[in-house]
Design a protein around this ligand. Structure first.
Ligand SMILES: Nc1ncnc2c1ncn2[C@@H]1O[C@H](COP(=O)(O)OP(=O)(O)OP(=O)(O)O)[C@@H](O)[C@H]1O
Ligand SMILES: [Mg+2]
Length: 169
């Protein structure tokens, strides 16, 4: 059983992944696996360009968790989309010293449900859990993810509307 953890940068994928790893689960941090698939650099967006088709095609599935904002491109059995209210997300990213434009780009992507929409396009509704991490700690999030992975809590998504936080003109 491979369970993906996806979400906009700053939603807490790595933090909850570390907690799951402390609890004894196998957790693959997907940023560690993309190295051979970097095909360039997008200077304007301050991001690496990754050949995600080839990366996903060559990824060897694991029994455990895979965390990263491209986890929903893998053939996961279940997928968790971490969410964070855009105003709180901006604070988390600012603390990480992200550039102003990049903070805003990610806050807007979160307000527009980009990761959730991409996930819904790739998975059946029964495979998806949307988890709001705003004002929640890693212990709570890891508990919920463990329960979902075991089938103890049902799939659930689509209740969040953060369109009011959108800043694009
Ligand atoms: N549940 C949470 N509550 C408060 N702060 C959090 C929470 N989860 C993560 N953070 C903080 O937000 C920042 C980003 O967290 P993290 O690195 O886990 O995000 P990420 O989703 O892995 O981002 P990326 O996609 O860039 O790897 C960190 O500084 C972390 O301490
Ligand atoms: Mg991370």
């Amino acid at each position: 059983m491979m369970c993906g953890i996806t979400g906009t940068p700053g939603t807490g994928k790595s933090m909850v992944g570390d907690e799951l790893s402390r609890r004894g689960h196998t957790v693959v941090h997907l940023t560690d696996t993309v190295g051979p698939y970097v095909s360039g650099n997008d200077a304007e967006r301050d991001a690496r360009i990754i050949d995600t088709d080839r990366w996903a095609a060559e990824f060897v599935p694991v029994d455990g968790f895979v965390e990263g904002h491209i986890a929903h491109l893998l053939p996961c059995d279940r997928i968790v989309v971490l969410r964070c209210r855009p105003d709180e997300l901006k604070k988390r990213l600012a603390k990480r010293k992200y550039r102003k434009e990049k903070v805003r780009e990610n806050a807007d992507a979160e307000a527009l449900d980009v990761c959730l929409i991409e996930t819904v396009e790739n998975f059946s509704p029964v495979q998806i859990l949307e988890l709001d991490t705003t004002a929640r700690d890693a212990t709570y999030c890891a508990d919920q993810i463990e329960r979902f992975e075991k089938g103890a809590i049902p799939a659930d998504f689509g209740h969040i509307d953060w369109s009011g936080f959108l800043e694009v003109q």
